[in-house]
Write a new protein. Sequence first.
Length: 305
Amino acid sequence: MKIVDEIVGTGGLGGLARMTEVIAELETRRTELIEQLRSQRLASWEEIGQACGMTRQGASRRWSKQAQATSFGDAAAAYQSGRPSYPASAVDWLVPDEARRVLDLGAGTGKLTQLLVGRGLEVTAVEPLAEMRERLVAAVPGVAVLDGSAELIPLGDASVDAVVVAQAWHWFEPALAVPEIARVLVPGGTLGLVWNVRDHSEPWVTELDRVLHRHTRQEIETRPEIGGSFGPVERLEVRWEHVLTRAELLDLVASRSYVITMPKDDRAELMNQVSELLDTHLDLRGRKKLTMPYLTRCTRAQLAR
Ligand SMILES: C[S@@+](CC[C@H](N)C(=O)[O-])C[C@H]1O[C@@H](n2cnc3c(N)ncnc32)[C@H](O)[C@@H]1O
């Protein structure tokens, strides 16, 4: 194809880099196009699969938001091992001093739940996946854990002072979740959202993301609006470092939803590339512990009184 020749040019490493960049851009566009086709009900998974040279199952497993959201169960152990916790100053900011009853929504394996319980709060964790709930119960013994979702919360009206959502808001359907969260909160209660985002001030982190983006470019909105009966959003950003072993870093990669749902061969190739980076990068090779810098992005809003 003429366009491919233009991108590759005279070849070499420059050609390879340009080609990689274009492939990543095309992947992003393909995902957007599929989301549009699905949300407007213009094509079935069967048709999308055909257009992409895949089976219906392959296409829906790869691109369906629901399939990705439920994929965590397959990698609950890697999730618990590799994913970072949250800095204390972020939790201080997300949960108001006067709050006693706190709902951790989309609680996963309990990374945030553990910190909330450690503060002596009365915590309820809601999580839709059984595999994640099992880990949560083991990691945070005695905490109340319920099967449920952001769109259907198994709690009574005005039953909690604060709701926190760690690394999970992007999986929710805001049109259903926002009124449902408003229902379980007391008037004036707080909704707090948090994401850990890798900070690219370390060259090796940029390099790691380049490897990951060769396979996908999953963009998550980490500064969302909330709307509904909530007041204006406030934001906080905290920089901190997570020290982890090589095995934990591999688990961190393996616990990403888009990695879990990748075809087996692609996933093996990606994991090999990350191992290679760990073995060869000057800042990483031979190191027993790695220091991953994070930006923790927080958003909070108060329900109308
Ligand atoms: C990336 S994990 C975050 C887990 C945990 N909050 C943490 O900080 O480690 C996302 C979690 O959201 C859950 N989830 C996905 N869709 C959800 C929904 N609609 N309602 C509630 N939880 C959901 C997933 O099952 C998964 O456990």
